[in-house]
Design a protein around this ligand. Structure first.
Ligand code: FAD
Length: 486
């Protein structure tokens, strides 16, 4: 039997473009090897033996990641399962959006026991693969005390219990187990490979795959009947570009906007010693004012997203941490607030970029409060030295509304009660910071408005954690399998 005849039997007679060699035709291509992509590939691979499944990830394979250290956010296991390992296994999912916006996370398609059953399914799989530690029913006494102290200071401390904190060895066992299961199921793995584009081709999709970081390399073209996009939070911009080019329905949610701080790591340690990424927030009407993406001892870097230069936190491995901790303070307006009192927020990043082209704007917190620009000399003797050496001193205080500074000051003064010295005059403010979110309307298996195209995990805003991303992967994997069965 010829290659082409075989493919016609496996994939359906009219669906395969004749020009694609058999080795490059798949039933399912999964983009992203984080919790969502791994669980999607695992679901199809283990329940539909013989189907051709390809999992592509731009980062390193598991062994290479282990040797290279833990600083990368991309590669086998994605960010959370590889780096964090705190599994939230209770009914409460970490909220993603303020009220009056949209149901948070996978809540858009799965609620109540339907969610907890799926969550238990992912959790049991991890247990079978080598997660031994039992769930803690409630926060440790230190975390419970921090949550209570936050409440006393008028802050919500966002956390969820029961939770399992997997030690490194157990995270590795889960990842190795998943890898072995994928290999046994015949799932093909392509690491160090970036998917650059996906276009409709017949009843499927044609994708261009490039070796990561190799400029001028020839693309490999593959074809797939179904496509699961699970590129994580850091792949969101790419996801939006590809999904919109394919014609998927998407709804842009109001941007979360603000600044990124660099504060004394020692001052913030009462919070980060207990939890490396403490999420603290206050609600102001239909908006959240919140800390976001804390990197203890990390650094700040300017990254270009959606055509804007924005401040991002870069974690450092434990032994290489610096004397400052960075976190963003973002206002995340709900739909009504974005159209009314926070109307100017969406333009903040553009304003800052126009004022300081090509670099982040920088100001000492003390100067910001005093309404004066930071001069270079003051910066030289500042106790906190900027980790982004390219950032330019600028009058950041002029570039946001008084309402934003009120919100920032209120949040910081409450945090000051928990971690004294955090808002010292020497703390640094980098601008702009911005996070964008999209909602992808899908069916209950996360199939978008484009038949055969699925989205899963943190990228499309369904999750903010490993277990939830894994649940999304399960759903998308089952959905893709059902399309193949039809
Ligand atoms: C430092 C850190 C620690 C965390 N700790 C925890 C924790 O302890 N517990 C918890 O529940 N959550 C944690 N999280 C959150 C958790 O990482 C995410 O919720 C989870 O990883 C989301 O899974 P995902 O599969 O959607 O995306 P990711 O895990 O981000 O995986 C996406 C993958 O897609 C790949 N990719 C992206 N674009 C492309 C492309 N175009 N082509 C090919 N590949 C691509 C990337 O290389 C990446 O490996 C942490 C996050 C960070 C940043």
């Amino acid at each position: 039997m010829s290659d082409h005849e075989l493919a016609r039997i496996q994939l359906g007679a009219d669906s395969v473009p004749a020009a694609v060699p058999t080795r490059d035709r798949f039933d399912v291509v999964v983009v992203g090897g984080g919790a969502a992509g791994l669980l999607a590939a695992h679901t199809v691979g283990t329940t539909r033996r013989g189907r051709r499944v390809l999992l592509v990830d731009a980062g390193l394979a598991l062994g290479a990641r282990q040797q290279a250290g833990v600083s990368q956010m991309i590669g086998y296991g994605g960010a959370g399962l590889y780096l964090g390992g705190r599994l939230y296994v209770g009914p409460t999912t970490i909220p993603a959006f303020p009220p009056l916006t949209l149901p948070a996370g996978v809540g858009a398609v799965l609620q109540g026991s339907a969610y907890t059953d799926r969550m238990a399914q992912v959790n049991s799989l991890f247990t079978r693969l080598g997660a031994r530690i039992s769930p803690q029913p409630a926060p440790s006494s230190a975390l419970a005390a921090a949550v209570a102290a936050a409440s006393g200071a008028g802050l919500d401390y966002v956390t969820s219990y029961p939770a399992r904190l997997l030690p490194l060895a157990e995270r590795e066992a889960v990842l190795r187990g998943l890898l072995a299961a994928l290999e046994t199921a015949g799932v093909q793995l392509a690491f160090g490979t970036r998917v650059s584009s996906a276009v409709r081709d017949g009843r499927g999709f044609r994708l261009a795959l490039f070796p990561s970081g190799e400029a001028g390399a020839e693309p490999r073209s593959v074809w797939s009947r179904t496509l699961i996009l699970a590129p994580g939070r850091y792949g969101l911009e790419w996801l939006v570009g590809v999904a919109s080019a394919l014609g998927a329905r998407m709804i842009a949610l109001p941007s979360a906007f603000g600044v990124r701080l660099e504060v004394s790591a020692a001052a913030y340690a009462p919070l980060t010693d207990i939890n490396p990424d403490p999420r603290l927030q206050v609600q102001r009407g239909d908006a959240l004012v919140k800390t976001y993406a804390t990197c203890p001892g990390g650094r700040v870097a300017g990254v270009t997203r959606y055509g804007r230069l924005v401040a991002s936190g870069v974690p450092r491995p434990v032994g290489q941490r610096g004397p400052a901790t960075t976190f963003a303070v973002l206002v995340q307006p709900g739909a009504e607030a974005a159209a009314s009192i926070w109307r100017d927020g969406a333009a903040a990043a553009r304003r800052v970029n126009e004022r300081v082209p090509g670099q982040l704007a920088l100001q000492r917190l003390g100067d910001l409060h005093a309404g004066r620009a930071t001069i270079t000399q003051a910066l030289m003797s500042n106790s906190i030295q900027p980790t982004d050496a390219e950032a330019q001193p600028a009058p950041v205080h002029e570039l946001y509304s008084a309402r934003y500074w009120d919100a920032l000051t209120e949040l910081l003064s409450r945090i000051e009660q928990l971690a004294p010295g955090t808002s010292a005059a020497d703390a640094l403010i980098y601008a702009p910071a911005e996070e964008r979110f999209w909602h992808f309307p899908t069916d209950e298996h996360l199939q978008t408005s484009v038949p055969g195209l699925f989205v899963a995990g943190d990228g499309p805003g369904q999750s903010q954690g490993v277990i939830q991303a894994g649940v999304a992967g399960l759903l998308a994997g089952e959905g893709a399998a059902a399309v193949l069965d039809a």
